[in-house]
Design a protein around this ligand. Structure first.
Ligand SMILES: [Zn+2]
Length: 252
């Protein structure tokens, strides 16, 4: 039933300027042939007592939206954070805050250098070059995972690639390496490019079982402020925010 507005949500590219990512499940055609986004939602549960949504935030490069993270901490909003090695290395203060709040935040893998998960010489997504071969994709995943283990102290199990675009070869390789691909159903900020009003409108349409994607690395853009407004309204509607390690995702 969410197919119609979902399609609208996903028209805008994910994190093209600074980076973004992806997930699992059905798909919408991407600008590249034989590539796709993966669209996921939370699997239904008979035990469910209230509406659920999963908030996922990417940290591609750039800095740290401290106000947004402090809002999540104050409101006890659980979230899954997809971070790159290069973001972790350049934001030690953010790492310290995340480490102190691992009861709220699940830290997952956004790669070593934020390279899209498409394989083949010359292949690009939104102008960003992919991997010349699968060994380069493997390095992107494993070095990203090692950095999280070393700097945060947790072992990631989920992967979301830059731009949220995948080709079939990369999907197979990511699964072979033991990672789940983190899909989404609501593209809240289109790579931190949308206005506050646009993001709030998208969040207002969140429904039970949605997986939201937005960004935590662009404090000068509208995402952080819009999320504090939009997430607060969802809390008032009795939404419960869950992490990906608490639910099962299914492709839409
Ligand atoms: Zn990214």
């Amino acid at each position: 039933m969410q197919a119609v507005f979902l399609g609208l949500f996903l028209l805008a590219p994910l994190c093209v300027l600074a980076n973004p990512a992806t997930t699992k499940s059905s798909a919408q055609s991407s600008p590249l042939k034989q590539t796709r986004e993966i669209h996921s939602q939370i699997a239904p549960s008979l035990k469910l007592q209230q509406k659920q949504a999963a908030l996922t935030l990417d940290a591609c490069s750039g800095t740290f939206d401290k106000d947004l993270i402090q809002f999540l901490i104050q409101r006890r909003i659980r979230a899954t954070l997809f971070v790159t090695k290069r973001w972790l290395v350049s934001n030690p203060n953010a790492v310290a805050i995340l480490q102190s709040n691992l009861d709220l935040f699940q830290i997952e893998n956004h790669g070593e250098n934020h390279i899209p998960a498409v394989i083949g010489i010359g292949k690009k997504v939104y102008g960003i070059a992919g991997h010349p071969d699968s060994s380069h994709l493997q390095r992107e995943l494993l070095e990203g995972a090692r950095a999280i283990e070393r700097l945060v102290g947790v072992k990631p199990k989920w992967y979301r690639a830059a731009t949220a675009i995948y080709d079939n070869q990369s999907i197979e390789k990511i699964k072979q390496l033991g990672f789940n691909i983190a899909g989404f159903s609501v593209n809240a900020d289109a790579g931190a490019t949308l206005s506050q009003a646009q993001i709030e409108r998208r969040l207002a349409r969140v429904k039970n079982a949605d997986v939201i994607i937005a960004h935590m690395n662009q404090p000068k853009r509208a995402t952080g402020k819009a999320l504090t407004v939009g997430l607060w309204l969802l809390l008032k509607q009795d939404f419960q925010f869950v992490r990906l390690d608490e639910v099962t995702l299914v492709e839409k």
